[in-house]
Design a protein around this ligand. Structure first.
Ligand code: UDP
Ligand code: MG
Length: 323
């Protein structure tokens, strides 16, 4: 029987300082699973401005298992993941970061689990957030809690993008052609049987994280808005609540003026209420705006990424003519 192919998909953005170490590790892993599977290493250069692409080219020259796609600019990790998944040829696909924070030593175990046929996906979650800032950890935890409460899909706390999937699951993920991609949500949304393995957080080998606090906030909002319309329901609910409050207040004022004969100036109350109500309205416009902006962006049907150069095993006629 022919050996199955495992595609290892790696999005890279300015990773020249770690790529050498990553390649050395991943080739060792490929050697360890040589008996079970053949490997394809598919690197996605997300518009790096350092020597990432030239390193990828040199790997590809001496190792025919290496494929790469290089973007015309930085499109973000989510686009990198999509490009990698859509160009992978493997029967199984594993997605991992280039900075060795996703230790390749788990690949043999993941492969064995998925090959048993009991699971369609094996995903890694971090047990702890060692080495990560306290405030950042706290916000991440809050995000997962909030997300679990208001969105239909549950994302496990500490879930990473380090995941092996069967071809069937990869195709299901690729069947979701949305432009605003929140991959963690997509993985949860497509379902399938997933086994979670835990590991201790590992710090980046070299280079630095590409995520600022601001970009994480943006990522979280995208995560919630992409998979849930509960914020819209909350705004309607708050609207109803405010109307009820206003109605009760009106009755109270009528009684106070007509029955008790008290006429107060109420200046402070009016100013506070106007400020509160206009703040609430603006906030809800903002929530509505998030959804409208997303439909607007989706409606444009822009490509998720644009490749400037690529050397991949997969032949896709329609894409070739576009690149
Ligand atoms: N990455 C990418 N495009 C980006 C930002 C990051 O392809 O715009 C890649 C990066 O090269 C790495 C992975 O995504 O392989 C995770 O990034 P990083 O290590 O900076 O994130 P962290 O581990 O801090 O969450
Ligand atoms: Mg990292």
């Amino acid at each position: 029987m022919e050996k199955p192919c495992l595609s290892i998909v790696v999005p890279c953005y300015n990773e020249e300082s770690v790529l050498g170490a990553f390649y050395a590790e991943i080739t060792k892993t490929a050697e360890a699973i040589r008996e079970t599977a053949e490997c394809e290493f598919l690197f996605v250069d997300d518009g790096s401005s350092d020597g990432t692409l030239s390193m990828l080219k040199s790997f590809a020259e001496k190792d025919e298992r290496v494929s790469f796609i290089s973007f015309s600019r930085n499109f973000g990790k989510e686009s990198g993941i999509y490009a990698g998944l859509s160009n992978a040829v493997g029967d199984y696909v594993v997605l991992m970061d280039a900075d060795l924070q996703h230790p390749p030593c788990y690949i043999p175990e993941m492969l064995e689990t998925i090959r048993s046929g009991e699971y369609d996906s094996v995903a890694m979650r971090r047990e702890d957030r060692e080495g990560e800032g306290k405030i950042r950890s706290w916000f991440s935890k809050m995000f997962y809690k909030l997300n679990k409460k208001i969105s239909g899909v549950e994302i496990v706390d500490g879930a990473t993008d380090y995941r092996m999937m069967t071809r069937q699951m990869v195709n299901a993920v690729l069947d979701m052609p949305e432009y605003n991609r929140f991959t963690k949500g997509i993985f949860a949304w497509v379902g399938f049987r997933t086994k979670w393995l835990s590991y201790h957080n590992v710090e980046r080998v070299a280079g630095e994280t590409k995520w600022s606090f601001g970009s994480l906030v943006k990522y979280s909002i995208n995560g919630i808005v992409s998979f849930s319309t509960v914020p819209l329901a909350i705004s309607s609910f708050l609207g109803v609540l405010c109307c009820m409050f206003a109605f009760l207040m009106m009755i109270w004022l009528i009684v106070k003026t007509l029955v008790l004969g008290q006429i107060g100036s109420g200046y402070a109350t009016i100013v506070t209420l106007i400020l509160f109500m206009s703040g609430l309205q603006l906030m809800m416009f903002g929530v509505l705006g998030q959804y409208i902006a997303r439909s607007y962006l989706e409606g444009k049907h822009r490509p998720i990424y644009i490749a400037r150069e690529k050397k991949v095993k997969k032949t896709n006629k329609s894409e070739e003519s576009a690149v």
